[in-house]
Design a protein around this ligand. Structure first.
Ligand code: PLP
Length: 466
């Protein structure tokens, strides 16, 4: 074995071979983007067929790299929901853009790290700059700090850990429409049952300020300590935005930490239509958004902004002896001190590159397009008397139902679409009733795509009044 240490890199490939394989990958990805509209929006394999193609014992010997690449592409990557497909309206799709892909590739190729300033000052600066671009576009105060995470779930929990470290434990208030990641996360963070107050949403699916005020009063009377409010800047189910200015006023009066979950919706602040709906978002103490949703980044990328300087570092600072040589002094930032991650890749490279390549102008237009598509869907649905709008188009989401249809009937319609591969649409429940739901944030989607999916669901495209 020892003699092999003088040999060439056992994992090395020569430059010509790396180019051959690398160009193959580039070509396949571009073919994917070019062919999207004609590919199925979703394909799901059976465990048996996927295992047969991808499984087996650990390969003892290496094999032809092109064959391996083909298998990965044609089997693994074909059997997915395609979040970038123009007729994927399910949940919150991930309509990633090519600029983001390029940034991801470069960072991966160079194995970019952003854990300490000393070990990655370039990627760290890219992250700091990108965070500050987002801060200013969302209107948060200068001095706001942040960190990029794997997604909204982790960003939300990171925010609540930091908020609690800053202000002490207490009761957290949320509406019944709050994302399940927070509902699941609070007990995992050690919140006791009586420290989680879920307030039923009002008829518009928003957090009712009067009920919130009353709950805070009750808790104080009972000797509990109100501490945090989680408000939604776009609920996942219906796109509803909680009354942020009123909630911010209440939080200020009561001395509560205002966390705003804008994982899918906050990016809409980049365009005029979204900014109007999101008024008050700039008053958050902490704010989450997911660039892998409405900022067109490949998975995964979440982002947390905290408007109180020093809070993240006080919550997450670590300084063991073995990191003493890579500990920042002065204004430099060690990103390991801003969340529970130590080793972390340069996550912001792709978003920085997207801003540089597209500019805010094109990103903003792409977001406005998604808002307009849901409004188009609403107009088409409202014209057909056999259908009804359940919640109006809000931040690119609309829910609707066929009059008299039960959940089974709605499910049968979405299953037929998925089976044909034509489109992905999901069912949901709104105030207990079954509904269909579109999330139309993909800039590749046309009004024609929206209309033709509605038509296949049975909505008449011509006027058909009640
Ligand atoms: C998607 C979403 C989350 C969770 O984000 P992940 O990136 O999936 O972890 C949290 N809150 C809201 C409002 C979301 O839409």
């Amino acid at each position: 074995m020892i003699d092999s240490i003088d040999a060439a890199d056992p994992l090395g490939l020569d430059a010509a071979e790396m180019r051959r394989l690398g160009y193959w990958v580039v070509d396949r990805v571009i073919a994917h983007f070019e062919g999207l509209a004609n590919e199925p929006a979703i394909q799901t394999g059976t465990p048996a067929e996927l295992r047969a193609a991808l499984g087996g014992p650990p390969p003892e010997k290496g094999s032809d790299p092109l064959r391996a690449l083909e298998t990965l592409t044609d089997v693994a990557l074909a059997n997915m929901q395609h979040g970038d497909h123009p007729r994927n309206f399910a949940r919150v799709p991930g309509p990633s853009s090519f600029a983001g892909v390029l940034g991801e590739w470069l960072g991966t190729g160079f194995n970019a790290i952003a854990a300490s300033w000393a070990g990655g000052s370039g990627p760290a600066t890219v992250e700091l700059v990108t965070l500050d671009w987002l801060r200013s576009l969302l209107g948060l105060p200068e001095g706001t700090e942040g960190v990029m995470t794997s997604g909204g779930s982790l960003a939300n929990l990171t925010a609540l850990v930091a908020a609690r470290a800053a202000g002490g434990a207490g009761v957290c208030y949320l509406s019944g429409e709050t994302h399940a990641s927070i509902v699941r996360g609070l007990p995992a963070l050690g919140f006791a049952a009586d420290q989680v107050r879920v307030i039923p949403a009002d008829g518009d699916m928003r957090l009712p300020v009067a009920a919130l005020t009353a709950a805070i009063g009750e808790d104080k009377t009972a000797g509990r300590r109100p501490a945090f409010v989680v408000a939604n800047a776009g609920t996942t189910n219906t796109g509803a935005v909680d009354p942020l200015p009123e909630i911010a006023d209440l939080c200020r009066a009561e001395g509560l930490w205002l966390h705003v979950d804008g994982a899918y919706g906050a990016s809409a602040a980049l365009c005029d239509a979204g900014r109007r709906v999101l008024r008050g978002i700039e008053r958050a103490d902490s704010l989450v958004l997911d660039p892998h949703k409405w900022l067109f980044q490949p998975y995964d990328l979440g982002c947390l902004l905290v408007s109180r300087p020093g809070v993240l570092k006080r919550a997450f600072h670590m300084s063991p002896d073995y990191l003493a040589d890579v500990t920042a002094v002065n204004e430099e930032v060690d990103f390991r001190d801003r969340s529970l991650e130590l080793t972390r890749r340069g996550r912001a490279l792709k978003l920085w590159l997207s801003f540089r390549i597209y500019g805010v102008e094109r990103l903003s237009a792409a977001i406005a397009h998604g808002i307009a598509l849901a409004e188009h869907a609403e107009r088409v649905i409202a014209r057909d008397g056999a259908w009804e709008v359940v919640t109006p188009a809000q931040l690119g989401i609309i829910t609707f139902a066929e009059r008299g249809a039960d959940h089974e009937a709605h499910l049968a319609k979405t299953a037929a679409l998925a089976e044909a591969g034509y489109a992905v649409v999901t069912t949901t429940r709104v105030r207990g009733r079954s509904a269909l739901r579109f999330c139309t944030i993909n800039p590749r989607t046309s009004a024609h795509d929206v209309s033709s999916v509605l038509e296949r669901l049975g909505v008449a495209l011509e006027e058909n009044g009640p």
